[in-house]
Design a binder for this molecule. Structure first.
Ligand code: GLN
Length: 501
């Protein structure tokens, strides 16, 4: 039987399972075939799990058994692929780092146990930037993930494998993690939907920490509906993560924005962000086209001011490395992972961390140690925290006038492999639109907003000259107030229909 993987969604699969026209084994086999066909080029998978078909068979058997347990398993037999920084019991997880090459997890991350409870199965783990530090997967110790739309370009990062695998139909849906844009930017580069939930709505237990006040796990899929469904399964308070929000916390947050009418959303745009320079003109045009379409569909568009947002990137690149430097201290060659012997204890540390951690991870440890060191702590770390609060205040004021804020997801389409590797600042600038949501904890989603045609000879800007043209996807980002993922799903669905229509 041939399955049209391109148009397959969770709900279609569920329907076919119920009708008996598809089994989980057939579905997983179709993905394994596609991985065999495509992944030599794409490099999205770090590993395809040897027991994927067995898991599928167990799900099929359970469905046939008519046990009452099945009624509460909304994702029974639905295959997921998981970013390599979330742990699954008995499976390797390595955050695409040499230092964790042989690490096998003894437990399930909370998101995994929630998905298992819903009946989901796991087909493999996905390539990423080492410890999620990067925006192109060029920092993976296992090679770059290529963009399915053009193999000479990056898929984005750090969840490049999570976005590319869904885009090229090697996976139905996946999980990624987002510290400063790592779900949204690769999703926009690959033309799929990616959600960064509110900080604390999804447990981080079993996620390898990067920046603990910024990290959040979220879903990537082809449609908003699927992302919404997965979010509903993986979210909730968790006793293993003290920063997760209780139902009471969520209710209180929602009350603060209770004036929002999902049928009549007011969308904010931010001229000072758009006029900042450095944004690809095609990206700006795409955003403006999107705004016009929203307007003609009767959506109210308002300009809002976020005076401190221009400092977001600087604040992020002070706070994030500070947290990275402390989180990475656990990789000391004794408790976890690989070890390269030295002549004494210090030698063990130096050799292990020097040889088994990549250059970007080491750069961030050094930066973070510097901004936290005595004498610089006040000048950098404390000041960045003050500005973080000012940015949050700006958003609070803006949300008095609008319900959701619209920006491009990234300032450019997927760039060429190697284009930004020699210039970390250029690479960091790619995160300009995404880091703010992490700094202030609000939820954000990226929605495909069409394609741009690029002249293969140029490096990003379509100049209309003759030559081979390639089509690259773009995405727009919507940011909602705390705990208002429902607003993102509503506007995301509306926007998708408009773009397609
Ligand atoms: N690209 C950003 C960085 O390099 C974001 C990474 C992430 O969200 N994990 O820090």
């Amino acid at each position: 039987m041939t399955i049209d993987l391109k148009t397959l969604t969770i709900s279609k699969v569920r329907e076919m399972f119920a009708k008996g026209t598809l089994t989980s084994v057939e579905l997983v086999q179709a993905y394994l075939d596609q991985i065999n066909l495509k992944d030599k080029d794409i490099n999205a998978f770090r590993e395809v799990f040897g027991d994927a078909l067995e898991q599928a068979k167990a799900a099929d058997d359970l469905r046939k058994s008519n046990s009452t347990e099945v009624n509460s398993m909304s994702l029974l037999g639905i295959p997921f692929a998981i970013k390599d920084n979330m742990v699954i019991e008995g499976k390797r997880a390595g955050a695409s780092s040499k230092i964790l090459e042989n690490y096998i997890s003894a437990y399930d991350a909370t998101v995994i146990s929630k998905l298992k409870k819903a009946g989901a199965i796991f087909i493999g783990r996905l390539n990423m930037d080492e410890f999620a530090m990067g925006g192109s997967t060029e920092n993976s110790a296992y090679g770059v993930v290529k963009n399915p739309n053009d193999l000479s370009r990056v898929a984005g990062g750090s969840s490049g494998g999570s976005a590319a695998s869904v885009a090229v139909n090697e996976a139905l849906v996946s999980l990624g993690s987002d510290t400063g844009g790592s779900i949204r930017q690769p999703s926009s580069y690959c033309g799929v939907v990616g959600l960064k939930p509110t900080y604390g709505r999804v447990s981080r237990h079993g996620l390898m920490a990067m920046g603990s006040s910024l990290d959040v796990i979220g879903p990537i899929a082809k449609t908003v509906e699927e992302v919404e469904e997965i979010f509903n399964v993986i979210s909730g308070q968790d006793r293993y993560d003290a920063t997760t929000l209780s139902d009471e916390n969520v209710k209180n947050a929602i009350e603060k924005s209770s004036n929002i009418n999902l049928e009549k959303l007011r969308v904010g745009i931010v001229p000072e962000l758009m006029n900042m320079g450095g944004i690809n003109p095609d990206v700006l045009k795409n955003l403006n086209d999107g705004v016009e379409k929203l307007r003609s569909a009767g959506v109210e568009i308002k300009e809002v001011s976020l005076p401190h947002i221009k400092y977001s990137l600087a604040v992020y690149y002070v706070l994030m490395p500070a947290e990275v430097s402390s989180n990475m201290a656990r990789f000391d060659s004794i408790k976890y992972g690989g070890k390269v012997e030295g002549k004494d204890l210090l030698g063990d540390y130096l050799n292990t961390r020097g040889e088994l951690l990549g250059k970007e991870v080491r750069r961030r440890i050094i930066l973070g140690t510097y901004v936290l060191s005595s004498g610089y702590h006040d000048a950098y770390y404390n000041k960045a925290n003050i500005v973080r609060d000012l940015i949050a205040e700006d958003f609070k004021k803006a949300y008095e006038q609008v319900d959701v804020i619209l920006t491009p997801t990234a300032p450019s389409p997927a760039f060429k492999i190697g284009q930004n590797t020699s210039d970390p600042i250029q690479m960091y600038l790619e995160d300009i639109f995404t880091v703010t949501a992490n700094l202030i904890g609000i939820p954000a989603i990226t929605i495909p907003s069409g394609y741009i045609e690029i002249d293969e000879a140029s490096d990003g800007v379509s100049d209309g000259s003759l030559g081979e043209k390639i089509k690259l996807p773009l995405g727009v980002q919507f940011m909602a107030p705390l705990c208002r993922e429902d607003v993102l799903f509503a506007i995301g669905k509306k926007f998708t229909t408009m773009i397609k229509g």
